[in-house]
Design a protein around this ligand. Structure first.
Ligand code: SAM
Length: 361
């Protein structure tokens, strides 16, 4: 379905999108300049996160950016919902039509799947209704993420990074946990054409739109509504379990349960890989001092409350606790932030960070 926009709505959407791009690339250099102009205070030593925070709260660029980020997201979601509102019955009908004759993939919904406790009291990264509470959550996420990432992920680059990062094997069954609207799932269809590809998410609105999106791209993805902690897959039945941008949003119990679940469903020798940004320790030791601070502060500001926890834990240890062997962290090329390209500053320049392990053969 083509969701129509009047010229005025398109203009507003373009304006808000442009602001998002400016937020992502335009304000960062002002923050970096403030840091560079004042870092002499520490006489050559790297400041701690608390010291960086104190410094940056004096920066007009940071103060403006922090306010702007939050309101820009609110404007974006409000704009999208405003566009959908006049045609919402048609859009709901479209989203509720699935598994049509000729569909390549499928959608299996399960209304008994419970909302995770850690999402109950937040609107995760300020999205109205989080992933489950608004029928248009998948559309909101998709229309927001393009401008937010300055359209540098329009070719599903983040999904491709992990698909290219895992060992190149003849996987037969691949499961993408926390697949959302499927952007990160689609690259497995192209990279491993012999595999049956599943996307698992608890949130029906994300999956309904994901199913439509994958079919529109002619990609065969089987979407399943389930908690990633308790999937419907048999023991020892999957070759690759992957997850992108899932673990930083969940509590520590869910992290452990998902690792255990990945271990249960994987065949012996199967691979579990997750991709996120690097942990704070790596950021503070190897990358620009603002990277750690901005990640932490955006989590606190943008209703992503588990960022400070996830970026502080030892990810390989978490995998090992679930039984995985040969566990390691691997930096992957990151085309978005300018770490591996010369594009302008985008919210910290560092590699994407894969944690990967194998179930004992
Ligand atoms: C930040 S989004 C990432 C989506 C997708 N991987 C991407 O990068 O575009 C996190 C996704 O994880 C899902 N999620 C969070 N907790 C989950 C759980 N316990 N079980 C299944 N899905 C979960 C959310 O619904 C959401 O779609």
């Amino acid at each position: 379905m083509h969701i129509r926009k009047t010229r005025t709505e398109q203009a507003r959407f373009d304006f808000v999108s442009g602001l998002m791009g400016y937020n992502s690339t335009g304000i960062g250099p002002g923050m970096v300049k403030h840091y560079e102009d004042h870092k002499h205070r520490w006489g050559g030593r790297k400041p701690t996160m608390a010291e960086t925070k104190a410094l940056m709260t004096e920066s007009p660029a940071y103060k403006f950016g922090a306010f702007f980020e939050r309101h820009n997201h609110a404007m974006m979601f409000e704009t999208i919902l405003g566009i959908i509102d006049k045609q919402k019955d048609d859009v709901i009908k479209w989203l509720d039509t699935h598994n049509e004759p000729g569909a390549l993939g499928s959608l299996k919904l399960d209304p008994t799947v419970a909302v995770p406790r850690y999402y109950k009291n937040v609107e995760i990264h300020t999205q109205p209704g989080s992933f489950h509470g608004n029928p248009f959550a998948g559309i909101m996420y998709h229309w927001m993420i393009g401008p937010f990432l300055c359209h540098r992920d329009d070719g599903n680059e983040m999904g491709w990074a992990l698909a290219n990062g895992v060992p190149n094997r003849d996987y037969k069954t691949i499961v993408d946990l926390g697949c959302g609207m499927g952007k990160t799932t689609i690259p497995y269809c192209d990279k491993f054409p012999n595999a049956t590809v599943y996307g698992v998410d608890y949130a029906a609105p994300m999956l309904k739109y994901g199913h439509k999106f994958a079919e529109s791209q002619k990609k065969k993805v089987h979407f399943v509504q389930a908690r990633a902690e308790h999937t419907p897959f048999e023991d020892n039945s999957v070759d690759l379990v992957a997850a992108i941008w899932l673990f930083h949003e969940i509590n520590s119990r869910a992290m452990d349960e998902m690792c255990a679940e990945a271990h249960r469903i994987l065949k012996p020798g199967g691979v579990f890989a997750i991709m996120e940004s690097p942990p704070f320790k790596v950021l503070s030791e190897q990358f620009h001092p603002l990277s750690e601070f901005l990640l932490d502060s955006t989590g606190r500001r943008m209703e992503d409350p588990f960022i400070p926890l996830f970026f502080s834990i030892d990810r390989p240890k978490m995998f090992e606790k679930a039984g995985f062997k040969n566990v390691k962290d691997v930096g992957l090329p990151n085309h978005l932030t300018g770490w591996s390209t010369n594009v302008d500053y985008f919210f910290g320049a560092y590699p994407w960070w894969m944690t990967i392990g194998e179930k004992k053969a």
